[in-house]
Design a protein around this ligand. Structure first.
Ligand code: 9YW
Length: 444
């Protein structure tokens, strides 16, 4: 196959282009996830975007997080989409109809959540403010103090509503909540879902902007996505009622690992800003989710696993989520085995890969589809998250290699949503905000 090489661009050029993408996608108080495909704020995108924005403007980075916080549900949940003024999206607010929930905010939002990377973004804002000094420093420190209780409420909601029995694994009620929409992690669970009546999917907005349908989820997949929304809406988005009724109940190991890391980071902020009791509570949560993640690791494969809470079955499907322990940290033997697998010939070291970066599904897996979204492509934003976590856990050499390969990938200046891992071709949306943001986070 033809491989897609990146022309040599200097770090300054790459950073300038990335800054331009974020500027172009800025519609005032939010940065759209991408200009056409996703014209609204997505929760975990906003967090990654903030880490990039913090390198350009501390006040603007804070605005991004404040927009998300202004849409926080009364339960503490941060919604996965905050809708902007654009009416062009499906499923939009008329499908979610969150006004049926007494706990919904005034802002127009979706009724589900996404992985809680936000505290990591807050720490980046604080770092950037301190590096800049002066008014930026003051602003960033004040923001941490002012917003601390909101982040705490978010983490408490996750622990209470999504891990009510304290098992250390957070449950999700829609594949979209994982952020890895059509990952084969969810295939078996979705296959068991039969919407009782056909659900029209003719308003699909994504297929107008991504021309090759093979890069996007199928119509059958969308039918099930919409059926789950209907079930939640009928339960008025009440956490207990949804948990009881919903056809999709999966313990998500990757979200749990992110929660663990984010709780640890928020605990550090709490400890620093005079919230010792809350810091202790957050450290306990960090430990609880870490234990949950490590308890899911298969002795056979060495990978962490999701669990289907409707059937009790552990999911052995290989995906990038199997490396959850690298995100939350682990004991030395587990960490060593995970790093070995991650860098080894099935994953980043696979000889057919154009670049040694983690594919969303490994090339030798029967589920691997190199062009299809979360079924094989490499996502720069995931590379960044692993880079951040690997450094945190002392794995500097592995992290440095990831950064170098990722910057080479980004040198094509398309800021693609995801890349074909065998050829290096840019796929999905271009000018994707979180892709530009991680370039800035790495370079500036
Ligand atoms: C969709 C915005 C979002 C990301 C998700 C990604 C995709 C939206 O885009 O979902 O239309 O399916 O899977 O992780 O937050 O970038």
């Amino acid at each position: 196959p033809t491989t897609h090489a990146s022309p040599a661009v200097s770090p300054a050029e790459l950073a300038a282009h990335a800054a331009y993408v974020l500027r172009a996608n800025d519609i005032g108080v939010m940065t759209t996830a991408s200009p056409r495909l996703y014209p609204h704020l997505w929760s975990w995108d906003a967090a990654f975007i903030t880490t990039g924005l913090a390198k350009l403007s501390v006040p603007r980075a804070i605005v991004e997080l404040r927009t998300l916080l202004a849409a926080q549900w009364r339960t503490g949940m941060l919604p996965h989409i905050v809708f902007g003024p654009d009416t062009e999206y499906f499923p939009g607010p008329d499908v979610w109809r969150c006004e049926v929930a007494p706990t919904a905010p005034a802002a127009r939002t979706s009724g589900i959540c996404q992985p809680p990377v936000h505290a990591i973004a807050v720490a980046h804002v604080l770092d950037a403010g301190r590096r800049a000094g002066g008014a930026d420093r003051e602003l960033a420190e004040r923001f941490v103090v002012d917003s601390f209780d909101r982040w705490l409420a978010w983490h408490r909601w996750l622990a209470g509503a999504r891990d009510p029995e304290g098992r250390g694994l957070l449950e999700i009620h829609h594949g979209w909540e994982s952020g890895m929409d059509n990952s084969p992690r969810w295939d078996d669970a979705y296959a068991r879902i039969q919407p009782p009546q056909p659900i029209p999917v003719d308003r699909r907005h994504d297929l107008r902007y991504v021309k090759d349908p093979a890069e996007r989820p199928s119509d059958t997949e969308y039918q099930r996505y919409l059926w789950l929304i209907q079930q939640m809406r009928e339960a008025r988005y009440d956490d207990d009622a949804v948990r009881e009724r919903i056809d999709f109940r999966m313990a998500d190991v990757f979200m749990s690992a992110i929660a663990s890391a984010a709780c640890a980071v928020l605990a550090e902020l709490g400890a620093e800003f005079g919230r010792a009791d809350e810091a202790a509570e957050l450290n306990e949560l960090a430990q609880r989710f870490r234990d949950g993640v490590l308890g899911s690791v298969s002795a056979t494969t060495g990978l962490a696993r999701d669990q289907n809470l409707r059937t009790g079955a552990w999911v052995d499907t290989e995906s990038i989520a199997g490396f959850a322990p690298l995100i939350c940290g682990a004991d030395q033997p587990t960490l060593r085995r995970q790093v070995e697998l991650f860098t080894g010939p099935r994953w980043c070291g696979h000889p057919d890969l154009r670049r040694a970066l983690p594919p969303s599904v490994p090339p030798d897996s029967p589920e691997f589809q190199p062009r299809s979204y979360w079924r094989g492509p490499q996502w720069p934003v995931m590379t960044w998250l692993f880079w951040w976590a690997l450094r945190r856990h002392g794995q500097h050499a592995v992290a440095d290699r990831l950064r170098a390969e990722a910057l080479d990938q980004l040198g094509d200046l398309s800021f693609a949503e995801y890349y074909q891992p065998l050829t290096g071709q840019a796929l999905g949306s271009s000018q994707q905000s979180w892709t530009a943001a991680v370039a800035l986070a790495w370079l500036v």
